[in-house]
Design a protein around this ligand. Sequence first.
Ligand code: SIN
Length: 200
Amino acid sequence: MPVNTIALNQQRQPLDHLNTVWLFGYGSLIYKTDFPYLACRPACIYGWQRRFWQGSHDHRGTPEAPGRVVTLVEAAAKRCVGMAYQVTPDTFAHLDQREKNGYLRFFTELHWLDNAGSHSTADSSGIEQGVVYIANPDNAAYLGPAPEADIARQIAKSHGPSGANSEYLLQLAQALRQLNEQDEHVFTLEQLLLGLKNHD
Ligand code: SIN
């Protein structure tokens, strides 16, 4: 798979026939909303968990010294909590550019949450189709699992055009707290990072 996924996303998933699309964000898309949206709601998707297993060459690191950002990995009994945004299809030109370093778009079922992070009523109005960006293991920037202490050290020292990798982790942890979401992987990395002397 090419490093840059812009053309691939546009070929495999045209969206222009739709009036609006729900976008599910689970990483920086939760806290960095540099795109217009019509509405936003906390949501979750089932069967996935967030992991700092994707390399970042273009935002929080460089091709020579990649940072680490989140992707989703399959986990049957888990759910991933994030934020969903209702956007118009033209917004994906910007989103594809932003997520171009290995992420592909997929349609998935979004389950609405109330603001406290618990499930809204389990009727059919609580479910909507949405689009999520996932970086699979076959993309060229994928780094995969590593001990959490090593991941924290890599995040502590990485910088890219969008800023310090540590800022990505700290802002994500803060955004998840605001959603009342207890994500052990993210919060463990946050504690490890804060325990290191040389982080930004
Ligand atoms: C997302 O936030 O949904 C995708 C990963 C990222 O851009 O951090």
